[in-house]
Design a protein around this ligand. Structure first.
Ligand SMILES: Nc1ncnc2c1ncn2[C@@H]1O[C@H](COP(=O)(O)OP(=O)(O)OP(=O)(O)O)[C@@H](O)[C@H]1O
Ligand SMILES: [Mg+2]
Length: 395
């Protein structure tokens, strides 16, 4: 990650609820812990009469000082400087270079604003990377030994306040965002809120008192609920214990994972919709591409103009391959996108060289070669996009 002799770079992931900073050290990425020992820092900044509070300290006093607390997008540029301050303290050096991640759906002006915020914070923003791309790199998906040819990756990012699903393709280390979906107002904080409401009701039932008008009690309850939610990711049940929550009353209770899921079921369902959509869309595209290619190729070789110019053995080879692919399609209608893609490549690798050879052999009288004007009806096209077939290099 080192720039041109300018020392190492830090990587900044600015979230609307939490932010995180990493640095390349000892041959791997190290996520920097903040002064509380946490590897993510709440994206909060607060101003008191005398000081500026950041991260956990700012979040903890939000109920007492709500007016002077900024969080989410509002504190974006402040957060960048704050987060980089954290790093500098940790690294004890003058790191100037940074790589910053942004949501894949950010437009150019949002990306520029991110860069500007970095510059204001005294950083040289070397690169803006899409968050899903960064995630894929972090999981080493660009380097996996199995990745031959193009590979599709679905990134599911459920944050504190936003939910993003992105479909990427990776080919030879190049990432391309094919589609983004999600919900800009759905995240972990909504699950916390459901739990908070649940316990406000429970407190009412048990103690005949309404805590919903008391910001401090609500904030303490919310903090406990977030912790309980995290615990429920690995256990089936957890407890909430808050001393003197309201009017001196202690609040001790339990919640099961099943109950938590029930409270949030509609929100969880919302999280599944876009990924199913995206996956489904890709699957249908891949299946259609294979079907179109196979049937177009079958028509192509049936056409006398072309069929008669093929070497009979080659023609038979193509026919067998097409029959094989069509039979395979009949019995694999529910296959995954990459199964269709693989089958497509297999079929192309048999048919395309033969067709290309025929055009080469035919010379001038067959037109200007593959993809030439006037040849379109004769050439099987991949998918409905109108793109011609990919012709592999022929020796
Ligand atoms: N182990 C866990 N189980 C369940 N939820 C968790 C766990 N760890 C963190 N969370 C929740 O994840 C959310 C924060 O996720 P993340 O750090 O990705 O958000 P973010 O990037 O700041 O948000 P956004 O993507 O919306 O900008 C919080 O709601 C937090 O409570
Ligand atoms: Mg995020």
């Amino acid at each position: 990650m080192a720039g041109k002799g300018e020392g190492p770079a830090i990587g900044i992931d600015l979230g609307t609820t939490y932010s995180c900073v990493g640095v390349w050290q000892h041959d791997r990425v190290e996520i920097i812990a903040n002064d509380q020992g946490n590897r993510t820092t709440p994206s909060y900044v607060a101003f008191t009469d005398t000081e500026r509070l950041i991260g956990d300290a700012a979040k903890n006093q939000v109920a007492m000082n709500p007016i002077n607390t900024v969080f989410g997008e509002n504190c974006f540029s402040i957060c960048i400087s704050v987060v980089s301050d954290l790093d500098l303290a940790y690294l004890g050096s003058t790191i100037k270079n940074a790589v910053v991640t942004v949501p894949a759906y950010f437009n150019d002006s949002q990306r520029q604003a991110t860069k500007d915020a970095g510059v204001i914070a005294g950083l040289n923003v070397m690169r803006i990377i899409n968050e899903p791309t960064a995630a894929a790199i972090a999981y080493g998906l660009d380097k996996k030994a199995t990745s031959v040819g193009e590979k599709n990756v679905l990134i599911f990012d459920l944050g504190g306040g936003t939910f993003d699903v992105s479909l990427l393709t990776i080919e030879e280390g190049i990432f391309e965002v094919k589609a983004t979906a999600g919900d800009t107002h759905l995240g972990g904080e909504d699950f916390d809120n459901r739990m908070v409401n649940h316990f406000v009701q429970e407190f009412k039932r048990k103690h005949k008192k309404d805590i919903s008008g008391n910001p401090r009690a609500l904030r303490r309850l919310r903090t406990s609920c977030e912790r309980a939610k995290r615990t429920l990711s690995s256990t089936a049940q957890t407890t909430i214990e808050i001393d003197s929550l309201y009017e001196g009353i202690d609040f001790y209770t339990t919640i099961t994972r099943a109950r938590f899921e029930e409270l949030n079921m509609d929100l969880f369902r919302k999280c599944m919709e876009p990924s199913e959509d995206e996956e489904h869309k890709k699957k249908v595209e891949s299946k259609n591409a294979l079907e179109n290619y196979a049937y177009n190729m079958r028509n192509t070789i049936k056409d006398e103009k072309i069929g008669s110019k093929l070497d009979p053995a080659d023609k038979k080879k193509i026919e067998d391959a097409i029959d094989g692919a069509i039979n395979w399609l009949d019995s694999n209608q529910l296959a995954e996108a990459d199964e269709f893609d693989d089958k497509m490549k297999e079929l192309e690798s048999i048919c395309n060289p033969i067709i290309a050879k025929m055009y080469q052999g035919a010379g001038g009288d067959m037109g200007a070669g593959m993809g030439g004007a006037g040849m379109d009806e004769d050439i099987p096209s991949a998918g409905g996009s109108g793109a011609g077939p990919k012709i592999e290099e022929v020796d």
